[in-house]
Design a protein around this ligand. Sequence first.
Ligand SMILES: Nc1ncnc2c1ncn2[C@@H]1O[C@H](COP(=O)(O)OP(=O)(O)OP(=O)(O)O)[C@@H](O)[C@H]1O
Ligand SMILES: [Mg+2]
Length: 484
Amino acid sequence: MDRRIMGLETEFGIVHTVPTGAALSPDDTARRLFRPIVEWGRSSNVFLPNGARLYLDVGSHPEYATAECATLEDTVAHDRAGELIVDDMRGQLEAKLAEEGTGGSVYLFKNNVDSAGNSFGSHENYMIARSTRFARLVAHLIPFLVTRQLIAGAGRVHPQGPVAFGQRSFSQNAGQPSYSFSQRADHIWEDSSSSTTRARPLINTRDEPHGDAERFRRLHVIVGDSTMSTTTTALRLGATDLMLRMIEAGNALIDRTLKDPALALRQISHDLTGTVPVELADGTQRSALDLQREYLETVTRFVQANGAHHDRVDWVLDLWARTLDAVQRRDFTGIDTEIDWAIKKKLLDSWVARNGSDYAAPRVAQMDLAFHDVAPGRGLFRMLEERGMAARLPGTDGSEAQTAVTTPPETRAKLRGALVKAAIDAGKHTTIDWVNVKINGATQRIVTLRDPFLTHDDDAAAMLAILRREAVRGSEQPPAPPII
Ligand SMILES: Nc1ncnc2c1ncn2[C@@H]1O[C@H](COP(=O)(O)OP(=O)(O)OP(=O)(O)O)[C@@H](O)[C@H]1O
Ligand SMILES: [Mg+2]
C-alpha cells in the first residue's frame, strides 16, 4: 500500500497534587477535566472539528485518538495536537480548582506506566488491504515489533532493577538500579503456551476496519510506547509502515518467529547493549540488534528495488541505521536529541553525574516522570525541545501541531471535521463514529464515509450545505456538538 491511513491513540496519565489537604483522585480529576467537554458535547466521548476523537472511558485515562492521517508529518502533527488540546483542558481545570479554593496542580503525562504499576497504551493504527494475508503479516511483524523498542522506546528507570518475569530476571545485576528501552515491555502479558493467543498482547486482532470491510482492514498495534519527540514518533511509524509495505508486497522474508514474544520483549528492553540472545521458535538464538539489522537491510533493499513511496523514506532509513549503530557502539551521542530513550537517558545521566548519585535516587524517578509531562514550561521533554536539545522532525517547527488543533488532515477526516464544525454552528445534535455522521432531529440525515482517503463526497457536501444554511438562519437551540 503506497498511501496508508494511520492514526495514533494516546491514553494520558493524570494526577492532581495539593501542597496541603486532600488531592482529587485520578478518577475525579479526569471527570473534572472532561466537565467542559460534557457541558459542550453532552458526553465525555466526542469528535472534534479537527476530525479527532477525544474521550474518557471507564477509568481515569483521558484518550485522544488522532484523525485518520495519510502522511507521517500529519500523523506526528495530529498526535502533538492532542497534547495541546488536553493540556489546554488541564490549564482550565487548574484555573477552576484555584478559583474554588481547592488549588493545586494538575498533571497530564504522555507515558505508559503509573506509580501503582498499571500500564496504559499508545495504540497505532495502520490501514492494510483486506486482501493481505493477515496471519502471515502478523507472524512477520511480531519479531519486528518486539525488537523495535531499540529505535522507538521511551525509556524507563527501574530504581530497584528489572522486575522478574516468572522465575527469570533480566540482568546480571538484579536489584541494581537500571534503565530499559521500553515502558510497556514489562506490562505485556501473554499466554505463550497457547499459540492462538500469541499475537494478542502485541497486536489487537479484533477486526474493526472503520471503513469498507471488503477493501480495508485496520491493523491495531498495541505494544508500543507513547513517544514524546516528533522524530521518534515518525521513526516508529515510518519504519513500521516500511515493514508493512514489504510484507504486503509478498516478499519472501525469513521466518523469525520468536519462541516467547513477551519474554523476549522484557529481555531486550532490559539490555541496552542490544546483544542479549533471545530464542526463536526454530531453536536458534538472535539478538535484537541482529534482527533489527536484518530488517533494516531487507527494507533498504526493498526500497532500492521498488523506489521510495514518500519523501521521508531516506530520513527514516538514516535515523533507523544511526540508532542501531549507536546501540552497537554503546555510544548514544549520535541520537540523543532524536530518540526518546536516549534523550531521557542523557538528561538523567547528566543529573546523576552532577550530583554523584545513581538511578536509585528518588529525584531520578521524578525526572523520568516529568519528562512525559505535556505542559509546556514544566514538562522536561517539552523544555528540552524548546531549548533545541531535542530535535524536531526536519522541516517542521511546531506550528504544524498548532494548525492541527483545528484543521483536519487531508482524508475523510476533512469531511467529518467540517460537518462537526457546521453542526456546532447550526446547533444540531449529531451521532458520530469513524465512518458515519448522523444529524439527529426530526429529519435524521446520515452520511457514510467508507473510504478513509476520500476528501470529497456528494452526500457530505449536501449535508454541509444544509447545516451552513441552518447556521446562517440562526438556531434557537444552544450549540450542541457531537456525541457518539
Ligand atoms: N480505516 C482506518 N485505518 C487505519 N486507521 C484508522 C482507520 N479509521 C480510523 N483509524 C484510526 O484508528 C483510531 C481509532 O481510535 P479509537 O480510539 O476509536 O480506537 P478503537 O480501537 O476503535 O476503539 P477503542 O480504543 O475504544 O477500543 C484513530 O486514531 C483513527 O484515526
Ligand atoms: Mg482508543
